[in-house]
Design a protein around this ligand. Structure first.
Ligand code: C2E
Ligand code: CA
Ligand code: CA
Ligand code: CA
Length: 275
């Protein structure tokens, strides 16, 4: 009895309890966040390694909670994925991003994150097609970022959806490369237009030989498959030198810009056009 008692005491973790309470509260508020207009799209530019010109921008979701202020994606995206709200939110993101991008003078690409549950939704190609038609955006300017976890659960279905998306003319990027499992097989089987190397490997470039070797191998492999590589989380000129030497095509990271609201992005795009 004593052991059971102490077990119970060990199992009760006030920090975990508080975390669960916060999760439940956020899940409830999340159900109304879209209709209440609490979401905003931020954009982080992507740059060509050699010319440094802007090639695209990744769309990153921000939630302005009426009482809690700005809530970072790592706190609410996993909840929205779990309860399926990300499907409706994700459709709004695609629609809004296409509409905003269609109005810019600088015809850069926009990269939109697609969660695994969105990829498992048979309506995704319809959602994307409608967003393209309504906005008039050139499909080549829309890039969908998918992760390996989005394709390993049902590879056959994911491949079918991706072929439907490609038929619309949109581009597909493999996100967070190097963090998943079946990387090599996946690269061969899927028609990726870009590979994004995860920040995990970029952040200790120059200090960790192993990260450097992984980046080197990824670029060699991608090149042999004819797929350009973008490195994310680029924060220093030293990173740039190493990535340029390895043959990386594009970069994204704080060295060029943090994710910004649309007004600030417009300034960045204007400056880039004047380059
Ligand atoms: P991700 O797709 O890997 O996005 C890149 C994250 O790295 C962003 O964090 C970005 O702000 C951050 N980052 C970019 N450059 C640097 C850098 O140089 N240094 C550092 N320290 N960080 C950098 P963010 O915006 O907090 O988003 C986190 C994650 O949340 C994203 O990771 C993505 O998985 C998810 N997410 C964000 N927006 C969306 C969305 O619209 N839909 C879906 N499904 N997921 C999203
Ligand atoms: Ca991403
Ligand atoms: Ca990423
Ligand atoms: Ca990442």
């Amino acid at each position: 009895a004593r052991a059971a008692g102490s077990d119970r005491i060990l199992a009760y973790d006030p920090a975990k309890d508080e975390e669960n309470r916060e999760r439940s509260a956020l899940a409830i508020d999340l159900a109304h966040a879209l209709e209440r207009g609490e979401f905003e799209l931020y954009y982080q530019i992507q740059n060509n390694v050699l010319t440094r010109r802007v090639t695209g921008a990744e769309v990153l979701l921000r939630w302005h909670h009426p009482e809690r202020g700005m809530i970072p994606p790592f706190k609410f995206i996993p909840i929205a994925e779990e309860n399926g709200h990300i499907v409706g939110i994700g459709a709004w993101i695609i629609k809004t991003a296409c509409r905003e991008a269609a109005s810019w003078d600088n015809p850069i690409k926009i990269a939109v994150n697609v969660a695994p549950v969105q990829l498992a939704d048979p309506d995704l190609p319809i959602v994307v097609e409608r967003a393209l038609v309504e906005s008039g955006l050139d499909p080549q300017r829309l890039e969908l970022e998918i992760t390996e976890s989005g394709i390993i659960s049902d590879t056959g279905f994911a491949l079918q959806v991706i072929h439907q998306l490609k038929a619309l003319g949109v581009r597909i990027a493999m996100d967070d490369f190097g963090t998943g499992y079946s990387s090599l097989a996946t690269l061969q089987a899927f028609p990726f237009d870009k590979i994004k190397i995860d920040r995990e490997f970029v952040k200790d470039l120059g200090r960790n030989k192993q990260s450097e070797a992984i980046i080197q191998a990824t670029i060699i492999l991608s090149r042999s498959l004819g797929i350009p590589v973008l490195a994310e989380g680029v924060e220093t000129e030293d990173h740039m030198v190493l990535l340029a030497r390895e043959g990386c095509s594009e970069v994204q990271g704080y060295l060029f810009s943090k994710p910004v609201a649309i007004g600030e992005l417009r300034h960045q795009l204007r400056d880039d056009m004047a380059m």
